[in-house]
Design a protein around this ligand. Structure first.
Ligand SMILES: Nc1ncnc2c1ncn2[C@@H]1O[C@H](COP(=O)(O)OP(=O)(O)O)[C@@H](O)[C@H]1O
Ligand SMILES: [Mg+2]
Length: 321
């Protein structure tokens, strides 16, 4: 496959093997300008390895990858100039403060004089670290360290950001702040690839998600498209679950269900029976019509929405931890 002109991040059949371990196995996907792509998979799935390749810290065993059109293998300097990388672990720099830390990285990106001071000021403002400029890194909370790490990735104003598990270990408030920063960066037109082992952690901020397990890419799409896909992929005649609420007698309802060979009872309580029936909406409509034409007094007929967890469990075949 040729390089796509529009993609800001693109992987084409990327494989990275360590001996017999195929950490990343024939993975292809892309991220467009201004898009947030969630890279989701259980621990050991191959997320960090893929991201290290995109960040020019590792090279693929085979396949190709580009950032803003530049090959991560042939043009690593140009890639680094356009890409900000936030690793999953924060290095130990106990004796310097936030400003010195950002200053170091600004210098290493070649920012000089006023440009460097402006970059540090902008980044500290964006990550709300201005008040903490002189605070030693050893005294920062996990959330503050994450903001500083994001600031470091942003110091050269890159078009592309690659964030490895940025929400891991954050408290709820820090998570909300992170989400807001991610959305703001995407609004500015930056492209973001963000990994997590928890789909729900990223679902709200991602335009699309790519799900990876054991090095293989299992699905790419919007969260909605994944939620709406049937979870029972193995069967030809897809079934779904529908919760039916009624004011009739439970036994009357169950007797009626027994007369149908296209419906099975999954669970029942005094006013609700969850049934398993055909996923086809035409068939469901016929079933509802039959209920209405019987003596049953049904007041709700609702197809069960797949939860994010259902989707993740199905797509990853249950390997999520
Ligand atoms: N340098 C390495 N040497 C050997 N195996 C590695 C190395 N880096 C990663 N792996 C293996 O590759 C697989 C994917 O790891 P990783 O990309 O870190 O997964 P994730 O970030 O999704 O948790 C794991 O089985 C891991 O043990
Ligand atoms: Mg990882």
């Amino acid at each position: 496959m040729a390089r796509s002109v529009d993609a800001m991040i693109q992987l084409d059949k990327v494989t990275r093997s360590f001996g017999n371990t195929h950490a990343v196995d024939d993975v292809s996907f892309h991220v467009e300008a201004g898009e947030v792509l969630g890279f989701i998979g259980p621990n050991g799935a191959g997320k960090t390895t893929s991201m290290r390749i995109l960040s020019t810290l590792d090279t693929p065993t085979s396949g190709e990858a580009w950032v803003d059109g530049f090959s991560v293998v042939d043009d690593p300097d140009r890639v680094r100039a356009r890409m900000g990388w936030m690793p999953d672990g924060f290095g130990t720099y106990p004796n310097i403060n936030c400003e010195e830390y950002l200053d170091f990285f600004a210098r290493s990106y070649g920012l000089r004089g006023k440009n460097r001071l402006r970059a540090i000021k902008n980044v500290m403002g964006f990550t709300q670290l201005s008040q903490l400029a002189k605070k030693p890194i050893s005294g920062l909370s996990k959330g503050m360290k994450q903001r500083l790490c994001l600031g470091r990735a942003l110091i050269h104003n890159p078009k592309v950001l690659i964030l490895d598990e940025p929400a891991a270990g954050l408290d709820p408030r820090a998570r909300i702040e992170l989400r807001e920063m991610i959305l703001e960066l995407a609004n500015e037109g930056k492209s973001l690839l963000i990994s997590s082992h928890i789909l729900s952690e990223l679902a709200e901020v991602c335009d699309r998600v790519a799900i990876i397990e054991m090095g293989k890419l299992l699905a790419v799409g919007t969260v909605d498209s994944l939620l709406n896909q049937p979870t029972d992929q193995s069967s030809q005649n897809l079934t779904t679950q529908v919760a039916v609420k009624f004011i009739s007698d439970l036994s009357e309802f169950l007797d009626w269900i027994k007369t149908r060979d296209d419906v099975e009872v999954v669970s029942s309580s005094y006013d609700t029976v969850v049934i398993s029936c055909d996923a086809n909406h035409e068939k469901q409509s016929e079933l509802l019509a039959a209920m209405m034409n019987s003596k049953l007094k049904v007041f709700e007929f609702k197809e069960k929405q797949n939860s994010l967890e259902d989707v993740f469990l199905t797509v990853t075949r249950g390997a999520v931890q």
